[in-house]
Design a protein around this ligand. Structure first.
Ligand code: SF4
Ligand code: SF4
Length: 456
């Protein structure tokens, strides 16, 4: 083939590829990335056209080198390679006491017996907790990110989740329906998706999935008895555009809505199972006996990343989780550890860079109770929430895995799973296109802008 035509063809292919990327990014309202992609679409073809049509000594050699590089570079990027040996799979230690979780500590009334008891056993938490208590607090009109409509909408969402609490645990009907486990599992997976879930998986319930002691509500301090054999975990998607507003009000609104969505699905599934005569319990926002991200991980829904959240294959951390535990026989999913994701987290650190209080570590995983993982400073994170008034979410907003579930980003996600070189290149491209600290997405048109208050 004539080299000039080959180079012209490559220039056209590059132009069309980046134009396709540009149109996808415009649809996602990613203005900065779209502008930079358009620039690449216009600039990258120039050297190809120059070498194709402007004669100069050495033109053929230079043209061959460029054409060869263009063909070989993508091939080299997708050659399978990895660092899986650096990220062996471990089971966490059992026995997490829910009373130590920040939400439980936030509910302690100063001066009460619970309050005094808790800090007698955990004096190390006292001064930091006193500090977050001195701040405006979550959803407070005095907080830094207050905006009336979004905060009121979030409050309405959380109030609706509270109403679901009455449905999480009830007695099963008399007489157990015997349903083939494969048929039951297929039904519940299909139905949860029909009800609005993004994904659903099943695992055997393990000791380290369960809190040891209740930390919230009327059963504070009670040992947790949960003898169900199976756990069904489900995820719901958080809207990319609203999360793109983090740490502002629309993100809080989105959290409330998706806690409600996940909770509504979970209580229906639990109730359905109980109507079939089997014991079942829903684990939803503020009513947990299990640690949802760990259950979801073992149900094959994702991996736990640097920011300590479940990272799902198609939406990254941009999900909320609910769980149903039950005795009804179900087929369990096979967990496939994802060392590629952990390797990407080890080089990315974008969430750690943007976290306002520095709650996410920058370094490698550490052995915590013998288990290698990244430890989040949950007190620093929650303290920031109490100042902002929202649940922040900036780490989720900037995570490269949070990009929409589209052909463009799924192509990248597929590459991330296969090649360490691709992971480095993809991170470099993500930084170049979106920025190391990506700008917030524009608000949807029906959401008013923020009132004029301090921005941080
Ligand atoms: S932002 Fe980067 S380091 Fe943080 S969780 Fe996402 S991929 Fe991992
Ligand atoms: S939610 Fe905000 S404060 Fe908390 S870890 Fe993420 S970025 Fe940091």
């Amino acid at each position: 083939m004539d080299l000039s035509f080959l180079l012209t063809g490559l220039a056209l292919a590059l132009f069309l590829f980046f134009l396709w990327m540009y149109s996808a990014l415009v649809q996602e309202a990613e203005r900065v990335a779209a502008r930079r992609t358009l620039l690449l679409a216009l600039i990258l073809p120039i050297p190809y056209l120059f070498l194709a049509w402007l004669p100069f000594p050495g033109q053929t050699i230079a043209g061959l080198i460029l054409a060869g590089f263009t063909v070989l570079f993508p091939l080299v990027l997708v050659i399978p390679s990895g660092r899986s040996a650096d990220f062996p799979d471990f089971d966490p230690r059992p026995g997490v006491d829910e009373r130590t979780v920040m939400f439980s500590r936030a509910e302690l009334a100063p001066g009460s017996e619970r309050f005094n008891d808790y800090y007698r056993f955990h004096p190390e938490h006292r001064s930091g907790d006193d500090h977050f208590r001195s701040l405006a607090g979550l959803m407070s009109p005095l907080s830094g990110k207050f905006e009336p409509l979004a905060f009121a909408a979030a409050g309405a969402g959380f109030a609706a989740v509270e109403e679901l609490a009455a449905l999480v645990e009830r007695e099963p009907a008399v007489g157990q329906a015997q349903i083939d486990p494969m048929a039951a599992t297929r039904f519940f997976k299909g139905w949860t998706v029909k009800l609005g879930a993004e994904d659903c998986g099943v695992t055997e319930l393990r000791d380290y999935h369960k809190y040891s002691v209740k930390g919230r509500g009327d059963r504070y301090g009670e040992e947790i008895e949960l003898n169900h054999r199976f756990a069904l975990a489900l995820t719901v998607e958080m809207d990319h555009r609203n999360l793109g507003q983090a740490p502002n009000g629309p993100t809080l609104m989105e959290s409330a809505q998706q806690y409600l969505s996940a909770g509504a699905v979970a209580v229906q599934v639990a109730d359905c199972i109980r109507r079939l005569g089997w014991s079942a319990e829903a684990h939803i926002d503020a009513n947990y006996k299990v640690i949802c991200p760990l259950v979801a991980r073992d149900a094959g829904l994702g991996e736990i990343g640097r920011m300590g959240l479940l990272m799902t294959p198609r939406l990254g951390p941009r999900v909320r989780i609910a769980v149903v535990t039950t005795d009804m026989p179900l087929l369990v999913d096979c967990r496939i550890p994802d060392p590629a994701l952990l390797h990407f987290c080890s080089i990315c650190r974008k969430c750690a860079d943007v976290c306002p209080p520095g709650a996410i570590p920058h370094g490698p995983q550490e052995a915590i109770d013998g288990v290698p993982r990244w430890r989040i400073d949950d007190q620093a994170c929650f303290t920031y929430w109490c100042a902002a008034g929202t649940d922040c979410g900036q780490c989720m907003r900037v995570c490269p895995y949070s990009h929409p579930d589209s052909a463009l980003h799924n192509l990248v996600r597929a590459g991330l799973g296969h090649s360490a070189l691709f992971r480095h290149f993809a991170l470099w491209m993500d930084d170049f296109l979106f920025g190391r600290s990506p700008e917030r997405l524009p608000r949807v048109h029906w959401l008013p802008g923020r009132m004029n208050r301090s921005s941080r």
